[in-house]
Write a protein of this length. Structure first.
Length: 138
């Protein structure tokens, strides 16, 4: 089940929940995984910074924090997404808010599928995967 929640920011993809959920399911299927419970929680920088401090002991802003509850091939997790950070990144990188938001959503799901982005090579692979799922029809 894929759920979308808004904490202290409105859901930024009004009218796009079904299309977004379908894109997430496509990624999961193409990665040979099964969808469990996935929650996307949209929030502000302040809200996500508080989550980052409280649960990860990190004192910095980020666009997404993914909590992984996956078991085997069944991926599940909570993904907290700062709409503020995504909007700023979209502006800085020359993308629409919708495109950058979808990239961040896919990024979180890729983490649940087992991809990491700690090294330069992992970042390259992650970006290639994001692009392949972001710029494909169905």
């Amino acid at each position: 089940m894929i759920n979308f929640f808004a904490e202290d920011r409105p859901f930024p993809l009004i009218g796009k929940k079904i299309a977004t959920a379908q894109r997430v399911k496509m990624l999961i299927n193409k990665e040979y995984k099964k969808a469990g419970n996935l929650s996307f929680i949209f929030c502000s920088d302040d809200y996500l910074l508080d989550v980052n401090r409280k649960y990860l002991n990190h004192d910095y802003l980020t666009d997404i924090i993914t909590f992984d509850y996956s078991e085997g091939d069944k991926i599940s997790g909570d993904m907290y997404i700062s709409v503020d950070r995504v909007a700023e990144n979209a502006h800085n990188y020359g993308f629409s808010l919708e495109t950058e938001l979808l990239r961040v959503i896919l990024h979180g799901v890729l983490h649940l599928c087992g991809y990491d982005d700690k090294t330069e090579n992992q970042q390259k692979i992650m970006r290639e995967k994001e692009d392949s799922y972001l710029f494909v029809d169905g």
